[in-house]
Write a protein that binds this ligand. Structure first.
Ligand code: XMP
Length: 319
């Protein structure tokens, strides 16, 4: 029978066999999957693993600092931090189509990752936190681009020029199993229980063009959503909860003034693998606090709505 403990010891054995005296690199996002994969590799090959964390400027408030603190300071991993925010924002100028956004971000990521890895030229292995659902979703029988609902660059977006062998220790696991393995490995609970966050980050939660100004607005809205959900003790029961910044503006009133601001949508879903999802029946008082705080604390937003669409027919993200 499968236990997290046996999985860890079997994996360490397998990884050592595969890598031998070689070196590996890992693109660390700070999400559950890449974090668990990185720590598993670290336990297997120690300092022969280097993690690269790319700040694409599309992260949530405080995220870049938190990831560095956790992995470098607390867990002692070799971590290369690359701040490429400006490159990504520049690349996204004028882009509004969701798939074009994803493609631009994916390509830029690979470019940055390859450039950063040049210094680590004696590396032969690339670690990825691919899970079983990622594998199935990418291997649908009809794998034409048009037949896929959204591209997932969790799988398939590998740096091709680098000629590295893949190490995918979580390839046969589901999310809940990965979390159990993470606890077994001694990762902090905040990382292990983290809600999933898409690779293209806040960019696919901003409808229309991604600008510094709109990123800042969404970052503040998102922070309030997570803060209130956490205070209400609901964070760990929810699969994903977040804010979306629409490109619609509506009229409002504040004091004696008429406002004309963006509509912010709140999304909270329950799911076990993201293939299907139901909207969470958040308590009205939690929704009320989120709405009041966003309108009062975030300049530029004057209306908050709650998304009550399940998947299918909706997707979890808006883009
Ligand atoms: P959808 O919106 O398709 O999302 O219901 C399903 C799950 O995948 C995440 N997601 C992405 N993750 N790159 C990622 O790494 C992407 O382009 C992407 N699009 C969606 C989404 O957050 C949800 O967990």
């Amino acid at each position: 029978t499968w236990t997290p403990k046996s999985f860890v010891s079997d994996s360490i054995h397998r990884i050592r066999n595969q890598i031998g005296d070689g070196r590996a690199i890992c693109a660390l996002s700070g999400g559950v999957d890449s974090s668990v994969a990185a720590v598993l590799l670290h336990q297997a090959i120690g300092d022969k693993l280097t993690c690269i964390f790319v700040n694409n400027g599309l992260l949530r408030k405080g995220e870049a600092e938190q990831v560095q603190d956790t992995f470098r300071q607390n867990l002692g991993l070799n971590l290369l931090y690359v701040d490429a925010s400006e490159r990504f924002i520049t690349r996204l100028a004028g882009v509004t189509d969701p798939e074009v956004k994803r493609k631009a971000i994916g390509e830029e990521f690979i470019r940055v990752f390859e450039e950063s890895a040049i210094e680590l030229s004696d590396t032969q292995f690339l670690v990825q936190g691919t899970l079983y659902p990622d594998v199935i979703e990418s291997e649908t029988p009809d794998n034409r681009a048009s037949a896929r609902i959204k591209t997932h660059h969790n799988v398939g977006g590998l740096p091709e020029h680098m000629d590295l062998d893949l190490v995918e220790p979580l390839r046969y696991l589901y999310k809940d199993e990965v979390r159990e393995v993470g606890m077994e490995l001694g990762l902090p609970r905040e990382i292990v229980m983290r809600q999933p966050f898409p690779g293209p980050g806040l960019a696919i939660r901003i409808i229309g063009e991604v600008t510094e100004e709109r990123l800042e607005i969404l970052r503040e809205c998102d922070w309030i959503v997570l803060d209130e959900i956490t205070r209400a003790g609901l964070y760990e029961e929810i699969w994903q909860s977040f804010a979306v910044l629409s490109d619609s503006r509506t009229v409002g009133v504040m004091g004696d003034f008429r406002t004309y601001g963006y509509v912010c949508a709140i999304r909270a879903v329950s799911s076990s693998d993201a293939m299907t999802a139901d909207w969470v029946r958040l308590p009205y008082d939690v929704l009320g606090r989120i709405s009041t705080r966003i309108v009062n604390e975030v300049p530029g937003v004057n209306r908050v709505v709650y998304d009550i669409t399940s998947k299918p027919p909706g997707t979890i993200e808006w883009e």
